[in-house]
Design a protein around this ligand. Structure first.
Ligand SMILES: [Fe+2]
Length: 221
């Protein structure tokens, strides 16, 4: 194959469409552990992340990539913001979907109960470790995720939206511990807020996520 043909193949393979569109979901949080002002404000913040995410995606789609630099370039700045806002959208959706269940209950034969008890030593140990992640995060998230490499469910602590995420993590339980999530109602008491939210985790939603993870695990064997 001559040099020119190789160049054409490379050039054509780089014709990628970067645009990713985040659509906004609607949420109605029934919990009384959060004030209505807090809930409304939080959903507005989520919508703003979706708007930013779409704007960044459109900019990346059209950006000139001829002068990209790791020191300073618009492309690099947008890629940082892309990860930040992408996670801002999907972490919020995962959070809103798995909180605020007034009839929260986890049966001991539930797949979620069995898997968490197995990988953390007991369900109680999972709870304690998850709460520790909620307290340890610097304005961010506590997440229980299945890791496709360690092949275990583990609790991870995210700062902001995109720092400290081990590769191969598939979130199944998500808690927002940014100050905007609790300060209005709990001041600095993040532990009290997180414990209240954990009392209303939607284990039906979490069970479906874990069932999906287990299906993916079986395909990866
Ligand atoms: Fe949030």
């Amino acid at each position: 194959m001559i040099k020119g043909q190789i160049k054409d193949i490379i050039r054509n393979s780089l014709k990628l469409n970067e645009a990713v569109v985040s659509s906004v979901k609607s949420f109605s949080l029934k919990t009384e552990f959060l004030s209505s002002g807090n809930k409304e404000n939080h959903i507005e913040l989520y919508k703003a992340y979706a708007k930013s995410s779409n704007e960044i995606s459109a900019k990346l789609d059209a950006i000139d990539k001829s002068s990209v630099s790791s020191n300073h370039s618009m492309y690099r700045a947008l890629k940082l913001d892309e990860a930040y806002n992408h996670n801002g959208v999907f972490l919020h959706e995962l959070y809103f979907e798995n909180i605020s269940d007034l009839a929260s209950e986890i049966p001991m034969d539930n797949l979620a109960y069995i898997k968490l008890a197995k990988d953390f030593g007991s369900f109680d140990l999972w709870q304690k470790d998850f709460l520790a992640c909620c307290q340890a995060s610097r304005c961010g998230w506590a997440v229980t995720a299945y890791n496709i490499y360690s092949k275990k469910y583990q609790n991870i602590m995210i700062d902001l939206h995109s720092n400290n995420i081990p590769i191969g993590s598939m979130p199944v339980i998500v808690m927002d511990v940014w100050q905007h999530a609790y300060y209005r109602d709990y001041l600095k008491e993040v532990k009290t807020y997180a414990a209240a939210m954990m009392k209303e985790l939607n284990w039906n939603v979490i069970e479906k996520r874990i069932q999906k993870v287990e299906q993916i695990k079986s395909l990866m064997r």
